[in-house]
Design a protein around this ligand. Structure first.
Ligand code: UT7
Length: 333
């Protein structure tokens, strides 16, 4: 039997850089409340959100991604031609096909690179970190550009009390490459598909073909169901990711969870008994919930605030529609 030749595997992987794009327009709660009969106090108290960024017509899923990616490439010190793959995590690219990743690759000047999107909603970034890490370690790609991007304002009903104040727009990108030392711990991931209907974008495209259609596909969310699931089910997943990486809560420098609701962030930190010194990302206050983009945006915010530095050990966890989740411990770029 002939032997199959394989590539040399990289033993380990790491995040080499992060770059972000925040839309220009800042939208305070005061601009949202009239349409949903709410108040600034209620939104701050129930979600932690003070303001969010909403993309304009000139800020698309692609343009935001390209800006974030350029910054990540520059910070990693590599060019687009060196990329071995482009992965885009998003649920708001308004074309079913081709993928956002191929357009991003084209705009970056790398039209030949393997490129594809993943649909894992607010867990999309952490799903992507796990995938990209395995691709680097499995030698399918030396450098992977991973983008988490959303323009949720295109798919949110401004009159829906349960979603209009939460969802927002933005993009974050990382370069994942080979490493001499472990820079990304095992990904703990999974789903709870019995709760698929807790967050849905509907009606479907097929429904829209009907002239009597039910209207534009917006995100509908059973907020309390998702809230309870996140508060009770996600801390054990986060602890499992810590244990899998051999990291104790005391060893952590930062906790960068998906920015869904500040009360969920607080509840998880409490359930994990995180020491006071751990920097906890609270970018939700000024960015809202940007789904797949929220973790890289929150990571960038912690750097801007001077609360983390290169080499720090951080726990990432994403969770959302599916319901799906993924968590891993990483060394920060
Ligand atoms: O990113 C993907 C994952 N997503 C999440 O993790 C989101 C999880 N869910 C949440 O963050 C929360 O459920 C929300 C922030 C969406 C809602 O907060 P809540 O505390 O669960 O509100 P609720 O739906 O239980 O409503 C509480 C009260 C109700 O009034 P009564 O029945 O107590 O009198 C609602 O009618 O607040 C009322 N309410 C509002 N009041 C002002 C509901 N929405 C609003 C609103 N403004 N927008």
């Amino acid at each position: 039997m002939a032997n199959i030749k394989d590539r040399e595997f990289a033993r380990h992987s790491r995040i080499m850089s992060v770059g972000v794009y925040r839309p220009k327009r800042v939208v305070p709660n005061s601009e949202i409340i009239a349409a949903i009969d709410s108040s600034d106090e209620w939104i701050k108290e129930r979600s932690g959100i003070h303001s969010r960024r909403i993309a304009g017509d000139d800020e698309s899923v692609i343009s935001m991604s390209v800006a974030a990616a350029k910054s990540a490439l520059e910070r990693a010190g590599i060019t687009a031609e060196q990329l071995g793959a482009v992965i885009c995590a998003t649920v708001t690219y308004p074309f079913q096909t081709p993928s956002a990743a191929t357009d991003i690759a084209l705009q970056l000047g790398a039209p030949k690179v393997p490129a594809f999107d993943i649909s894992a909603a607010c867990a999309g970034f952490c799903y992507g970190v796990g995938l990209a890490s395995d691709m680097v370690r499995g030698a399918s790609a030396e450098y992977v550009l991973l983008i988490g991007v959303e323009k949720l304002s295109d798919f949110t009903d401004p009159t829906d009390r349960g979603t209009a104040f939460i969802f927002a727009d933005g993009a974050g990108a990382v370069i994942i490459g080979p490493s001499a030392e472990p820079g990304i711990g095992p990904t703990i991931w999974g789903s709870d598909a019995t709760a698929r209907e807790a967050i849905m974008m509907e009606p479907s495209w097929v429904d829209l073909r009907d002239p009597e259609s039910l209207g534009w596909p917006d995100i509908k969310m059973q907020g309390q169901t998702v809230f309870r699931w996140a508060v009770y089910q996600m801390a054990p997943v986060a602890l499992e990711a810590l244990a899998a990486a051999g990291i104790a809560p005391e060893d952590l420098d930062a906790f960068i969870p998906h920015q869904a609701n500040e009360r969920i962030i607080d509840a998880m930190a409490k359930a994990m008994n995180l020491p006071e010194r751990v920097a906890i990302a609270r970018d939700i206050r000024t960015s809202g919930n940007t789904s797949a983009a929220s973790i890289p945006l929150a990571m960038d915010a912690l750097y801007q605030e001077g609360r983390i530095r290169s080499g720090d050990v951080a726990l990432l966890i994403g969770f959302g529609a599916g319901l799906v989740y993924a968590a891993q411990v990483v060394q920060l770029p």
